[in-house]
Design a protein around this ligand. Structure first.
Ligand SMILES: [Zn+2]
Length: 472
């Protein structure tokens, strides 16, 4: 039995790991490559034959894990896509959003004759989404009493909480071999313990032969959430006192809901005044509805933190805006207020309009809460740019730019190391979803701490035998 890493190996995007059991081809995630110059051609050429894949297991609904599913189906995949019910519902919004953006981008490039010919045709359109969604088969978490689910002859599946975003799961596959059953765990993306709203990442109860583990924050450490709450409240109070506006650029899925939860809690605890808070992102608003449909995924703390009739993601002074007119009206409204809006790296979307109105007034503040890739406006602000271009016009940066990295949706180095140490029976660890320099720091530390583990960091395209030969 072996696994080939077609994406999300030697990098963080495009996760696609194909397990070949000898009888079955099981694909773990089918994500989109993002950020690099050649993404259009890389995404267009799927590195395997879709009709030969028996089934897909999806860890969670971030686009870099699920974004190529519609293309897979369009090109002939006819198996099932196993995921939690929440992941399925979130994926529906995410994939439709991605399809719409692709249609608009391709249309723009065709009309303006810009970009490569590859980029002028969408990979798929909104018409391709319903038949992709038809392939989903929901599987509950093991904590909900679900035992093994048979997904193919000789292959059984269990989902554990990954604590990363709504619906995210750690996958365990039990596969019959000539040598008896072998168990493969795939962590997907693993959240930090204590992240508001979600259960902490769960450790599988069974012995695991091979773990395919993420390594996003190898060599990096987050500050604690409690320190961050104090700093966040202080910053909000300062801006409130000078009647400024706070712009929080955030990813629609995950970050926005966690920020809303934290603001709700700080308000209830009297740490910040009851100032108006707006979530100005139609996708985030739709996704928040999905959160309400899946209250079973909240951890107990999130439920007990709030009164019975109180929803963690709704409070009196919070408003979800939908229309463009509502969004524009905010620009004429005097502060103090907070607006949370996408995109998270400030590359496009409504947040850019809010920045145009706010960035040159020193009363205002911009709170950066997530990773800012190089080349983005967010990265330039982090680096202290004095002038920035926003939709064709130049603006002086006078607003106070503050950074709150603790909102990260991933475990850091120490948390991931301690998480893996609690697994039983590990023979092999395969590190994915990390920049090579960071993943290698993590690899060396794990190998030194666990002499009986074979720790490897596969490159893209590499095939590795599982479990390792010595233990077969
Ligand atoms: Zn993710």
């Amino acid at each position: 039995m072996h696994v080939t890493f077609y994406g999300g190996a030697g990098g963080v995007t495009g996760s696609k790991h194909l397990i070949d059991t000898g009888q079955q081809q099981i694909l773990l995630d089918c994500g989109t490559f993002q950020g690099q110059a050649d993404v259009y051609s890389r995404n267009r050429s799927l590195p395997f034959a879709p009709e030969e894949i028996d089934h897909v297991v999806l860890s969670h609904a971030h686009i870099d894990h699920c974004g190529m599913l519609p293309l897979l189906v369009k090109r002939g995949f006819s198996g099932s896509i196993f995921a939690t019910a929440a992941t399925r519902d979130v994926a529906n919004y995410m994939l439709n959003d991605m399809a719409r953006i692709q249609e608009q981008d391709a249309d723009f490039r065709t009309r303006h004759k810009t970009g490569s010919p590859d980029s002028r045709e969408p990979l798929f359109t909104t018409k391709d989404i319903p038949r992709t969604m038809d392939r989903f088969v929901p599987v509950p978490y093991a904590r909900e009493g679900e035992g093994w689910r048979s997904i193919a002859p000789g292959v059984q599946l269990k989902f554990y909480d990954a604590g990363h975003i709504l619906g995210s799961a750690v996958t365990v596959l039990e596969i019959d071999t000539d040598d008896g059953p072998k168990r493969i765990a795939y962590t997907g993306d693993v959240g930090a313990p204590g992240t508001p709203l979600f259960y902490d990442p769960q450790v599988p109860e069974e012995e695991i032969d091979t773990v395919i583990a993420e390594s996003t924050y190898g060599g990096k450490e987050h500050k604690t959430l409690d320190e961050m709450y104090v700093r966040l409240a202080d910053s909000i109070n300062e801006v409130y006192d000078r009647k400024g506006k706070i712009i929080i650029p955030a990813f629609s899925l995950g970050r926005t809901q966690v920020i809303v939860y934290v603001l709700h809690r700080l308000t209830d605890e009297g740490k910040i005044p009851r100032l108006p808070v707006f979530v100005d992102s139609p996708l985030a608003t739709n996704l928040t509805e999905v959160f309400r449909d899946h209250r079973d995924v909240y951890d107990e703390e999130s439920i007990t933190d709030f009164r019975k009739d109180d929803l963690p993601l709704a409070f009196r002074n919070l408003k979800y805006t939908q229309s463009v007119d509502e969004s524009k009206a905010l620009n004429n409204m005097p502060g103090p207020y907070i607006v949370i809006s996408a995109s998270g790296m400030m590359t496009a979307g409504r947040v850019v309009h809010h920045l145009r109105h706010c960035i040159s007034d020193k009363k205002n503040a911009i709170f950066i809460t997530g990773y800012q890739a190089s080349g983005t406006l967010g990265r330039r602000l982090l680096q202290g740019a004095h002038r920035v271009e926003l939709y064709g016009d130049w603006f002086n940066v006078r607003a106070d730019v503050q950074v709150f990295n603790e909102f990260s949706a991933h475990s850091d180095h120490a948390q991931m190391s301690s998480y893996l140490s609690r697994f039983k029976g590990i023979k092999q660890v395969l590190l994915v979803h990390g920049e090579p320099s960071q993943a290698d720091v993590f690899k060396n530390e794990l190998a030194a701490a666990h002499k009986d583990w074979v720790v490897q960091r596969p490159d893209e395209g590499e095939t590795i035998q599982i479990p390792p030969p010595s233990s077969a």
